[in-house]
Design a protein around this ligand. Sequence first.
Ligand code: NDP
Length: 482
Amino acid sequence: MTMERIANYIDGRLEAPRSGCYIDNIEPATGQVYSLIADSDAADLEQAMTAANRAFPEWSALSAEERARLLLGIADRIEAETEPLARAESIDTGKPISLARQVDIPRAAANMRFFAHAITQFASEAHSMGPLAINYTLRQPLGVVACISPWNLPLYLLTWKIAPALASGNCVIAKPSELTPMTAYLLARICIDAGLPRGVLNILHGTGPRIGRALVAHPKIKAIAFTGGTRTGAEIARIAAPQFKKLSLELGGKNPTLVFADCDWDATLATTVRAAFFNQGQACLCGSRIFVERPIYERFRSDFLARAEALEPGDPLDEKTQQGALVSELHLHKVLSAIELGQQEGGTILAGGHRVTVPGRCAEGYFVKPTVFEDLAFDCRTNQEEIFGPVATLIPFESEAQVLEYANSTEYGLAATVWSRDVQRCHRVAQQLEAGVVWINTWMVRDLRTPFGGMKHSGVGREGGVEALRFFTEAKNVCIKL
Ligand code: NDP
């Protein structure tokens, strides 16, 4: 059987890498190679850059309505292809197919649709100086921009970046994660089918250190929108800052969940379990540090454990599966060593804590049982460093001041969730939490108009809504003497 070769998308065509080199693409649920990925390098980048530069004048001169029409065509095709895309995403990432079908693919279509509509409503400011002069602001596209996305929500996060970049008139060179390239490849085919003009979007596959780094360093790249790990974000900033490129960095998280004694029990419990183990804990928004007010701690622990233990990893393509595989063997070992560290730090494992063998075709897959720790100090490494896997810790707290100290103690500041029926407390705590996103009595509810991003080491800048359109445009003030 010949394996599918995942090609680049350059100048409106699917292109083999110039070098002829490919990387193995492994299905995490089986540990088997199932396709080959273009291992792109500087030669492919030059070809994409030439195409993108050539396409820019015409694309940026199109009316917002015309660009929106093309993006809506892509959104419609993503929606029509939900089933094959969900299956591809599930195979490539190890996530349950039901999750890909309910979350990843619909959200990819929604991203395209949202920014198609947003650009037709995008307005800029005018500042009057009375009889003296009037200023107005032009917001013009930047040129060719880079969009670099991670493996946990591949099509969801790729479209979250390329949609506003394209809508505002830029041409894009995108690099998806080498671990999960399949849906980006399928998106390229959709773009060809939808009639997206040649060179407007280019997708290069390959490794971060090779093609990712070259893309970031390319002098003609005007802006970089990156989602990924904090260490990679720092490396990108180090290269891009001296070239004065615009940077949007959406980085890691170690998000706290604050459970007060007056919470709505059933809603809190169900959502807190989901927030901890969604996508096998591989989401930047997962709530992995769960702080529970002392009077309800024992009862919460026992109910939480019962639900966590019921989450049995299984074949991601099985409709009933709620926990799939971790994305790679390397990541599996990273998560297992984090569990080992938790034990060395004095943590007690209440649930999970080990690899799981799923019988049948998934016997070699990368599965870990949802793991729950207690007896770990809020400031130990397990509670400070991002694990990005199905590992949660339970920590009791005595007072509002104490839980705020615990919650804000990490170097991260992406998201936080508060569970309480006391409205005043919710507002008070939300104001003091060091996080770019705070959910009260809910989790993962996303309005695409709102600013999204993190504080501290969780990122620089905000994406979403007008923030994204502003990021991908240059503001120019025009002052006219009256
Ligand atoms: P990485 O930082 O390893 O990779 C992210 C992307 O950057 C991948 O496409 C990767 O390519 C590429 N890359 C790696 N090195 C370089 C480099 N030197 N120059 C340019 N590009 C590079 O993150 P992961 O893919 O491991 O994703 C997990 C991380 O993403 C977690 O820390 C998570 O918290 C964060 N994340 C943040 C979100 C947010 O919105 N704040 C949302 C989702 C995830 P390749 O994989 O091919 O090496």
